[in-house]
Design a protein around this ligand. Structure first.
Ligand SMILES: [Zn+2]
Length: 59
């Protein structure tokens, strides 16, 4: 399942979540405040395609 970047507009900042591709354009619930957060424009990274994402800074 692809990993997408989201940004919570309630002040929680960015987070990443695995989402089905069909739901990638829909907001994901923020893990901190549970409000919908919009996806950022970063290109989706397929899980397992590149192990380097763990060390990549969020911004
Ligand atoms: Zn939040």
């Amino acid at each position: 399942m692809p990993l997408y970047d989201y940004r919570c507009e309630q002040g929680c900042g960015e987070f990443r979540a695995f989402r089905p591709m069909a739901e990638s354009s829909r907001p994901a619930p923020c893990p901190q405040c549970d409000r919908p957060a919009a996806r950022t424009l970063a290109a989706p990274m397929l899980a397992g395609a590149s192990p380097g994402w763990l060390g990549a800074p969020p911004a």
